[in-house]
Design a protein around this ligand. Structure first.
Ligand code: ADP
Ligand code: MG
Length: 224
């Protein structure tokens, strides 16, 4: 599903250049559930953003579902993200003035699905997340776990092949974290590839494979 070869990435700010990814090789099969671990600043989010076609890389190759990802136009990148990828973030990234249903429906708005239809589909996804009764609540009326389930519903509504989750349990208590991990397992069981960045070992251990990044290099791959 995902193959990257010798990916390098530096951030250049003014005179300074920071070499963040130093030749990453990685192969992720369709249907895998993997975790990426590493200290803060080791390049985990940078790697995930590249995999999510949210950021460019400097050299190396990236193939997503057999397609070479290389200096795409923003329009093409957005199309691919809509078709292939779902995102989950530590801070949920919900739109604060839209209710749960509208947040979940948002990807379908960008696909020009009419409002009635997209809201109906969003309700189905909220129901799957056990949040039907919360459809008309705003994010600030919901708990962290509920907000993350709304975000997961939003990630799923476009029927992605890959879910990219950047510290999805980072803002949640341990019980809620396990519930979110259960949900990600259920999603993976439907055949969707799941990639989770985390710095929590007990979260990483609940994935099939853990990739450890140290200072921009993959230093260890562990089968859990
Ligand atoms: P992690 O997610 O593992 O904590 P990141 O990938 O976010 O690490 O960041 C790796 C390094 O790159 C850090 O030193 C960070 O400060 C730096 N960095 C991240 N994003 C940018 C950016 N947009 N511009 C400049 N430096 C960045
Ligand atoms: Mg990060």
């Amino acid at each position: 599903m995902i193959t990257i070869n010798k990916i390098h990435k530096s951030y250049v700010t003014g005179q300074n250049s920071l070499h963040v990814l130093k030749g990453i090789d990685l192969n992720i099969e369709a249907g895998e559930m993997i975790s990426i671990m590493g200290a803060s600043g080791s390049g985990k989010s940078t790697l995930l953003n590249i995999l999510g076609i949210l950021d460019n890389f400097d050299s190396g190759a990236y193939y997503l579902n057999g397609l070479k990802i290389d200096r795409l136009t923003e329009r093409k990148a957005a199309q691919l993200r809509n078709k292939m990828l779902g995102f989950v973030f530590q801070s949920f990234n919900l739109v604060s003035f839209k209710n749960a249903m509208e947040n979940v429906a948002l990807p379908l708005y960008y696909q020009d699905v009419p409002r009635k239809k997209r809201n109906m589909i969003a309700m189905e996804y909220l129901e799957r997340m056990g949040l039907k009764d919360w459809a008309h609540h705003l994010p600030n009326e919901m708990s962290g776990g509920q907000k993350q389930r709304v975000a997961i519903a939003r990630a799923l509504i476009g029927k992605p092949k890959v879910i990219l989750a950047d510290e999805p349990t980072g803002a949640l208590d341990s019980t809620t974290s396990l519930e979110v991990m259960d949900l990600l397992h259920e999603i993976n069981a439907t055949g969707i590839t799941v990639i989770i960045v985390t710095h929590e070992l007990d979260i990483a251990k609940r994935t099939g494979k853990t990739i450890r990044i140290t200072d921009g290099n993959i230093t260890e791959i562990i089968k859990n």
